[in-house]
Design a binder for this molecule. Structure first.
Ligand code: F6R
Length: 614
């Protein structure tokens, strides 16, 4: 995690960097720092806390510098503190470095450098790297670029770094391995950042550094080389699709609320050009171009983390139910370390909003090495995962900035639904009539999500008032909605810090039922589906133990309404599409409870949006 940004050009660097850091705060927000090079003198400010705290510290900075860089941190090595904040400076005071990632062999390197007389103020791996660069520069008698290259060839780990040298005010050197880095190309000015959001109002052109590349950025241009052997690389300039409005709050109090409300549009955007109901087709080039593999697949493995893992579980239900292909779902972090059996007959699908999640990326690399065909479902265009995969389908949800994933999740479900229905059609596992009815229904989902938001938001606010002081929550669901129980619980715990657990409803009697008393709210996802009668029985079991049930029900469901404390209605749809609708009131519930508890919903404690460390 961590966000890095920098500027070199003719404008004042400070405001550009501070604004850039604010946009990158979703990547980490426990400390922040900035360094400017003012005519050969470093001006450094850093602090524990948010970018707003850094601004306070910079109140008297008064700098006209036109080159500088900044960092917003999600602590890995060392607690959040002023001294552990980036930038870090080499012992000789000449080199400054900011870093996103982890240097795994920092311990060995630190011992070596300590034996040579280097001293360390912080607990960070980053301070080790900046001193390793100084060491290389001094012992090998090379320039900064070469010293960085030599140092990086000694390093094991992941990094996106930016380096400045005090005597070279017109140069920033950047490098990347497994952490993202974009270079914005302006007119006689250049920007660097973990993603394009810090410079989107200045330029629409960017170069994305590839793994194992480094670049010297000066007013003359961008000079890219391979870290390993210094081979020159020709930059590929890409046009940015990002708009400023997409990364601003647009009148909402929080990004999370904005993103919940954007779902009718984000789902529609995800289906646009793919779901062609009149023609009776689902057009997905990623699948079509590899149709032999998909239509004849013996097994699909889906890997992901967190909310994306919940989407993967629903993907399993969808693909097995409709297309009748066996699917396994794995946490990426477990998959990569358990010596999984993978062959070239397997399709491995990675689901990731950011496309940068370290565990998912590493698991995917493993699957690729073992010969599997790898497919990505990512939201961030040109992200590391998107670039690694053999093919894929983007979720066109637009930038998701709130740390808790909402619109990316429902967009993932939309993509998975299209994939499953398409595979089912071509494999002949559903009838033509069912195919037509499913795609017709899928097309109505954005309107139905709109309706859910419109009809339930006020009710959910009232429910939130009733339960905001509760310490525990249980979420139950069956079948397609079991993963929605997991997702509802995750949303609540991550932003409100209330302990919440999700369970398959039938598992309740194997343990969690012991928790139920009149203080325990139980959210039951109970639309009218195949399991309706079973879930009604589960609600009765909760009632018998005086638990308070908040149920997500199908419109006009009188039976469950009469049994529960609160019933939140969603429109009637086929079971396989209920997860998209049922997730929306649960997002709202988590949001409004967190607000009542005074939590920072967009930046919950200890979390970051893009988990680029293991
Ligand atoms: C929860 C959340 C996380 C992410 C997880 C994976 O709201 O956002 O659990 O889903 O960190 O991230 P991506 O999807 O970027 O790989």
């Amino acid at each position: 995690m961590c966000g890095i940004t920098g500027y070199i050009g003719h404008k004042e660097a400070y405001p550009i960097i501070i604004n850039g850091l604010k946009r990158l705060e979703y990547r980490g927000y426990d400390s922040a720092g900035i360094i400017l090079n003012e005519n050969g003198i470093f001006k450094l400010r850093k602090t524990k806390g948010k970018v707003s705290d850094l601004e306070v510290k910079c109140a008297k900075l008064n700098s006209k510098a036109t080159v500088g860089m900044g960092h917003t941190r999600w602590a890995t090595h060392g607690v959040p503190s002023d001294v552990n904040s980036h930038p870090h400076i080499s012992n000789n005071g000449r080199i400054a470095l900011i870093h996103n990632g982890i240097i795994e062999n920092y311990g060995t390197l630190k011992i070596m450098l300590t034996s040579k007389g280097y001293v360390f103020k912080s607990e960070t791996d980053t301070e080790v790297l900046v001193n390793l660069i100084q060491f290389m520069q001094e012992t090998q008698k090379v320039d900064l670029f070469t010293a960085i290259r030599y140092a990086l060839n000694e390093v094991i780990g992941a990094y996106a770094i930016a380096v400045m040298e005090v005597e070279q005010p017109e140069e920033i050197i950047v490098a990347r391995l497994s952490s993202p880095l974009a270079i914005g190309i302006g007119e006689n000015e250049y920007f660097i950042a973990s993603d394009a959001s810090p410079f989107v109002e200045f330029t629409k052109e960017a170069v994305y550094l590839e793994d194992g590349e480094m670049a010297a950025i000066t007013l003359e241009g961008v000079d890219i080389h391979k870290i390993k052997d210094n081979a020159k690389v020709n930059p590929i300039i890409q046009e940015l699709k990002l708009n400023l409005e997409e990364i601003e709050k647009g009148g909402y109090d929080h990004f999370m609320l904005k993103e919940i409300h954007e779902q009718p549009k984000s789902i529609m955007d995800t289906m646009r050009g793919r779901l062609l109901v009149e023609e009776g087709v689902i057009q997905m080039s990623g699948i079509w171009d590899h149709q032999e593999k998909f239509f004849n697949a013996e097994r699909i493995i889906i890997i992901s983390c967190g909310t994306s893992w919940h989407a993967a579980l629903i993907g399993e239900y969808l693909i097995e139910d409709l297309a009748r292909i066996p699917v396994e779902v794995e946490y990426a972090s477990e998959f990569r370390y358990r010596n999984p059996i993978i062959t070239d007959r397997d399709i491995v699908i990675a689901i990731s909003q950011s496309g940068e999640t370290a565990d998912t990326l590493a698991a995917l690399k493993l699957a690729k090495e073992k010969g599997a065909f790898i497919y990505g479902i990512c939201n961030v265009v040109d992200s590391s995962i998107a670039r690694l995969t053999d093919a894929g389908s983007y979720t066109h949800a637009g930038p998701e900035i709130g740390v808790a994933s909402t619109k990316a999740f429902t967009a993932q479900l939309a993509v998975l639904s299209m994939i499953a229905i398409k595979l089912a059609k071509h494999r002949g596992t559903i009838s033509k009539e069912r195919f037509t009815s499913l795609i017709t229904e899928l097309e109505t989902i954005p309107d139905k999500v709109e309706k859910v938001i419109r009809n339930t938001e006020e009710q959910v606010k009232e429910i939130a008032l009733l339960y905001s002081r509760t310490n525990n929550f249980l979420y139950l669901g069956r079948g397609y909605n079991y993963p929605i129980a997991l997702e509802g619980a995750l949303k609540l715990k991550e932003i409100s810090y209330i302990h919440a657990e999700g369970y398959p409803a039938a598992e309740m009697k194997h343990g969690p039922i012991a928790l139920i008393d009149n203080n325990m709210p139980v959210v039951v996802i109970a639309p009218k589906t195949l399991h309706y009668d079973k879930i009604v029985s589960n609600i009765q079991e909760i009632n018998s133990r005086k638990g308070k049930v908040i149920a997500i029900v199908t419109e006009n469901d009188i039976q469950v309404r009469s049994m529960v404390s609160q019933a939140i209605e969603i429109p009637d749809v086929s079971e396989c599409l209920t997860p998209i609708l049922a997730s929306v009131p649960l997002q709202l519930l988590a949001y409004y409870i967190a607000i009542l508890r005074g939590a920072n919903v967009d930046q919950p404690r200890n979390l970051a949006k893009s988990v680029t460390v293991e």
